[in-house]
Design a protein around this ligand. Structure first.
Ligand code: PHE
Length: 451
């Protein structure tokens, strides 16, 4: 067991690290493409509501569990429950971390490759040509070797940062990367809203058309509220465990949620203004970023600069999330198995490297799940964001209500709110509602598959 636990150097450092985990491909890649397909502003409103009703309470629960126990997710559940069986919830989180990082690192590699392509004029021949761009993307991401190189490079950076530890690794890098991310995003937003025809993009994002929102959009928004705040797999338990007691958890949680939402919306503005200014289709889905955007930049004044900036932004966002996923597993091996940080990061980095390579290969000619009609990537993404993360969140809510107890939870989170007199009934109600909403998402998904 590791007796000396590292702690964040400052509250700002923690907030930037946690926001760095939350802000990732989910905000800049997944959210805009989902909003594009499911009714723009209508989807966005549901998404915001889910963040408030489900995301925030479960975020607070995770942070509180981590800070209270000063342990990784498995150790934390076991300790507070005084029952080793609850450790399984943490273990499911560790498994989710492994699964998510396997595909996250592959897409992280794509962002690196696209940054370099954009930098060296690789998009010039794609101007306003979606077919050429789709071919360019397909020939890159389905090829057996090139994406592997970028995947290993991305993962190598995660291993490097996590190997350096909490303060000189995660915190130092987040303090540099997160402000950089915000600056780049603001530059891109200004470029977007000053384009001719940008207003149609803003209308799309901010004026709801409810008829475009179907039930699957609602379920997607619910599931995404987990993914985007990094919930349901113990990331926030792990990051919370490096906090010293005494700071205001509620305030910290609100900051993380605020930054995550703000950055998703700003990314939406930057992307949809450009998409609409050139009369493109917002409902392109996952190809929106890697296929449609490269066709737009050559026709945007200053596009040669904005293109690499955009993909670099995506890379930075992915990196600060990637490290947080790796930290969950690392913390588990350090706390529970007594491993050194180096050993845990290297070994797990290597295993994820192999699994990620399979993800990448399965997008081309080597799809190991072809008999089931899906790719290994879709399997990992679907299994985690549709089932494992919501289930992890649901069990966390149940755990707080039935095992740890609302009074203990409230003391940890609300000691500095309203003079520590937040009524227990209100807290129980909020956590119960978020639990019920999550249970609903999981059931709904299951019904779709089995019935
Ligand atoms: N929140 C990250 C994103 O939005 C993804 C993530 C999920 C990170 C789960 C950590 C844990 O991209």
């Amino acid at each position: 067991m590791n007796s000396i636990r590292e702690h964040w150097g400052s509250r700002t450092g923690f907030i930037l690290a946690a926001a760095g985990s939350a802000v990732g491909l989910g905000n800049i890649w997944k959210y805009p493409s989902m909003a594009g397909q499911h009714g723009g502003a209508a989807f966005t409103l549901v998404y915001l509501l889910c963040i408030l009703i489900v995301g925030l309470p479960i975020l607070l629960a995770e942070l509180a569990i981590g800070r209270k126990t000063q342990l990784n997710p498995v150790g934390a559940f076991k300790q507070l429950a005084s029952n080793p069986r609850w450790g399984w919830v943490g273990l499911m989180g560790v498994a989710s971390a492994f699964m998510i990082l396997s595909f996250y690192s592959v897409v992280g590699g794509w962002t690196l490759k696209y940054t370099f392509s954009a930098l060296f004029g690789g998009f010039n021949q794609l101007a306003a040509d979606n077919t050429a761009s789709a071919e360019y993307f397909a020939s890159f991401h389905t090829s057996p070797f090139a994406p592997l190189f970028w995947h290993f490079l991305f993962l190598g950076m995660c291993v490097f940062i996590i190997g350096r530890g909490v303060r000189s690794g995660i915190e130092q890098w987040s303090k540099v990367l997160m402000p950089l991310l915000l600056v780049i995003l603001v530059i891109l937003v200004i470029r977007g809203i000053t384009l001719d025809g940008a207003k149609a993009g803003l209308d799309f994002l901010f004026k709801p058309r409810w008829s475009d929102l179907d039930a699957s959009g609602i379920v997607l928004a619910l599931g995404h509220s987990f993914f985007t705040i990094s919930l349901g797999m113990g990331t926030m338990i792990t990051y919370g465990s490096y906090l010293r007691s005494g700071s205001d958890l509620l305030k910290a949680g609100l900051w993380v949620v605020f930054l995550d939402t703000l950055i998703a919306l700003l990314a939406g503005v930057a992307i949809f203004t450009a998409v609409f200014a050139q009369g493109q289709n917002p409902a392109e889905g996952p190809g929106l970023i890697f296929i449609v955007l490269p066709t737009l930049f050559p026709n945007i004044p200053g596009g040669a600069i904005f293109a690499p900036l955009f993909f670099f932004l995506l890379f930075v966002a992915a990196l600060t999330s990637g490290i947080s996923i790796l930290e969950v597993v690392t913390a588990y091996y350090i706390d529970e198995k007594g491993w050194s940080r180096r050993r845990a990061t290297y070994l797990f980095g290597a295993i994820t490297g192999v699994s990620g390579a399979l993800v990448s290969l399965s997008l081309g000619d080597f799809n190991i799940l072809a008999p089931f009609g899906i790719t290994y990537m879709d399997f990992l993404d679907g299994a985690t964001s549709k089932y494992m993360l919501p289930l992890g969140g649901l069990l966390t809510a149940i755990f707080v209500i039935t095992k740890w107890g609302i009074p203990n939870f409230s003391r940890e989170v609300f000691s500095m709110t309203l003079g520590g007199r937040v009524p227990e009934s209100v807290v129980t109600l909020i956590l119960t509602v978020s639990g019920i909403v999550v249970a609903y998402i999981i059931l709904k998904e299951m019904v779709e598959i089995f019935i």
